[in-house]
Design a protein around this ligand. Structure first.
Ligand code: LMR
Length: 397
């Protein structure tokens, strides 16, 4: 029966990582997959994570099953991290949070849930969006469409076009927004734009799904959830999928959550039972270890301070690299204005070069980035920035 299978091409981001790992060039640079790297090119286990893991090792008494919705203490700690104490308290039982196997698991769970709530729903994603959004969610059987988002020539959000499109989206459809640190372009909505999106969602009645994978890596833990909190306060319904991969460095542990708000506690209770049944049918229960680490950190003031200080260092490093990169590009006589990189947030920005130029960077200079020219800024360091800028000058001259 396996004779009929046809090979699938590798995911563009993961395929590039495999190529990078095989490359023996000692000057190779990985600007592909979105993982944080420190100055020495490592993706360290955060110090608060190490401490929480030591506590678990000492004190955990059982590894029996938890639940399809995961750990209750993780779920409430995550809800408070996203929403803040006051909004979370005012939502009360209108809000439920369900632990998921990473942000990807949360997105897939949301897709299954949306399909059950409205099998005709179209999910509207930004143009461009993260390369895995559609593959992840489309197997649930949903339709997809795009709304205009990033203007490659002005390197900014095409907000008027975006809002004009949102104004045509009907109730029953879902609009997927990036909570902060847009992947792949790094261009985020400003506060007044979030207000306009909020008003449009209220007026049109479509449902908003926010993908929040980078809280704390843009402007700060509170600043990065401005949009999430605004919409949570005002919209009758909202889904937020959050990930602890990047801000806790827990990538391989698969820690994420789906937070759901409806306009009535009874609806939230019913919806939670539907989501729990999907989780049970797909993977039964999410993995526990990483979620336990996160809840220990968030509920322990000393660990929490340690974590947020290290996260601030990571954020400051990325923002500093953005400035340094723009300066070095300016100083190296490369044609074009790259100052937009300094304005963008989070790990990613597009360089704005074409596919042959990207291929040349990969093949001739061992500088690895995806064909869209998206770079992971965190992959740059003092040691490799010179090689990167010289390589960029070569392929653009
Ligand atoms: C990325 O966009 O590179 C990250 O979100 C990692 C991934 O799984 O694609």
């Amino acid at each position: 029966m396996f004779n009929t299978l046809k090979p699938m091409s590798a995911d563009p981001i993961l395929g590039l990582l495999a190529l990078y790992r095989e490359d023996h060039n000692t000057h190779k640079i990985d600007l592909g997959i979105g993982i944080y790297k420190d100055e020495s090119g490592e993706t360290p286990v955060m110090s608060a994570v190490k401490k929480a893991e030591a506590l678990i090792l000492q004190s955990q008494k059982s590894k029996s099953y938890v639940a399809p919705t995961g750990s209750a203490s993780f779920n409430s700690a995550i809800a408070e991290l996203l929403l803040g104490k006051d909004i979370n308290a005012s939502l009360g039982k209108r809000r439920a949070t369900i632990q998921a196997p990473g942000g990807c698991g949360g997105l897939r769970l949301s897709a299954e849930f949306i399909k059950k709530a409205n099998s005709n729903a179209t999910i509207w994603v930004s143009d461009p969006t993260w390369a895995n959004h559609i593959p992840l969610m489309k197997d649930a059987g949903l339709k997809f469409a795009t709304y205009p988002y990033y203007d490659h020539s002005s390197h900014s959000v095409k907000f008027e076009e975006m809002i004009n499109c949102l104004e045509t989206i009907p109730e029953g459809d879902v609009v997927l927004l990036h909570g902060c640190c847009h992947n792949p372009c790094g261009a985020d909505l400003n506060q007044s734009q979030w207000h306009q999106v909020n008003e449009t969602a209220l007026a049109r009645g479509f449902t908003v799904l926010i993908d929040l994978a980078y809280q704390g890596l843009g402007d700060g833990l509170e600043e990065d959830v401005f949009g999430v909190r605004l919409l949570a306060k005002t919209l009758p319904e909202l889904i937020v999928v959050s990930s602890c991969s990047k801000n806790f460095g827990l990538y391989r542990e698969r820690v994420g959550a789906m937070t759901l708000i409806t306009d009535h506690p009874t609806k939230t209770e019913i919806a939670t039972s539907v989501i729990a049944a999907s989780a049970r049918a797909m993977y039964s229960m999410p993995p526990d270890h990483g979620a336990e680490v996160v809840q220990l950190i968030l509920n322990n003031p000393v660990l929490r301070d340690d974590w947020s200080a290290e996260l601030a260092e990571m954020r400051n490093r990325i923002n500093g690299l953005r400035i340094q990169l723009v300066e070095q590009i300016k100083a190296s006589d490369i044609d074009g204005d790259y100052s937009f990189i300094q304005e963008e947030k989070g790990m990613f920005s597009f360089l704005g070069i074409d596919v042959p130029q990207v291929q040349k960077l990969v093949k001739e200079h061992s500088v690895y980035l995806v064909d869209s020219s998206r770079i992971n800024v965190a992959g740059i360091s003092n040691a490799n920035i010179g090689h990167f800028v010289r390589s960029l000058r070569d392929v653009t001259s």
